[in-house]
Design a protein around this ligand. Structure first.
Ligand code: SAM
Ligand code: 2KA
Ligand code: SF4
Ligand code: MG
Length: 207
């Protein structure tokens, strides 16, 4: 079974941490320190980081140490991702980051209740395990992955749940990008409340 992750959030299963450029969504192009937490049971068959799923494989790491590591890099922005980061209580980590002047961004499927204090929430809802009640109201950005045509309807369903200021993105699933990108381009031109988001780090060959 899972690690005994203390529920005070002082220890978190850390898969990797790396300094790169945010490749997706509203903050595309901005340098940020990425913290990838292990553990996810959402089960997206096209997930591009399946190595993250088993939390057991990723060592419990002190949140204080993660903050200390983030401070070694010039950007004062951290993206917490995974895995599904909201499996864990992120209050302690985000207070540590913010006390040190670091802006906190999260990438989440929303499958678990919100924790942590965030400067930017990217919600990417999944059909395989639907978002928790009320989470859509926290989203600054809704980023729906388009794997097939039915995902446009799924995107609209969630657009109806987010706040009026929430930015709306459609992002092609990587393995289907050649096929789905033209459909997304067409959809955005016809429904301009949406914008296209590309995984630019994959084109740039950076993490
Ligand atoms: C690996 S997930 C981790 C965070 C969280 N579990 C989630 O799904 O939002 C990070 C982002 O990558 C997106 N993503 C994962 N696999 C993808 C793929 N094959 N093509 C495009 N986007 C993908 C997710 O939808 C999410 O927005
Ligand atoms: N450069 C870069 N940008 C990203 N934006 C979201 C990512 C993620 O895996 O959560 C990601 C990632 O893995 N790399
Ligand atoms: S929710 Fe995120 S980490 Fe989990 S399987 Fe889906 S894309 Fe991968
Ligand atoms: Mg990624």
């Amino acid at each position: 079974m899972a690690h005994q992750v203390p529920d005070d959030g002082t220890l978190l299963p850390l898969m990797e941490e790396f300094y790169t450029i945010q490749g997706e969504g509203f903050n595309t192009g901005k340098a940020a320190y990425f913290i990838r937490l292990g553990g996810c049971d959402v089960g997206c068959h096209w997930c591009d980081v399946k190595e993250s799923w088993d939390a057991e494989l990723h060592p419990l790491t002190a949140a204080d140490k993660i903050v200390e590591n983030a401070l070694k890099y010039p950007s004062r922005a951290v993206v917490v991702t995974g895995g599904e980061p909201l499996l864990y209580n992120l209050d302690y980590l985000t207070s540590g980051l913010r006390e040190n002047g670091i802006k906190t961004f999260i990438e989440t499927s929303g499958a678990y209740p919100m924790s942590g204090q965030w400067d930017w929430v990217c919600l990417s809802p999944k059909k395989f395990k639907k978002p928790a009640a009320g989470i859509a109201q926290h989203a600054d950005e809704l980023k729906v992955i388009i794997f097939n045509k039915s995902d446009f309807a799924w995107a609209e369903e969630h657009a109806a749940m987010v706040s009026a200021q929430c930015k709306l993105y459609l992002q092609p699933e990587w393995s289907k990008a050649k096929e789905m990108t033209p459909l997304i381009v067409d959809y955005v031109m016809n429904n301009p409340k949406w914008e296209i988001s590309l995984q630019t780090h994959k084109y740039l060959n950076i993490p």
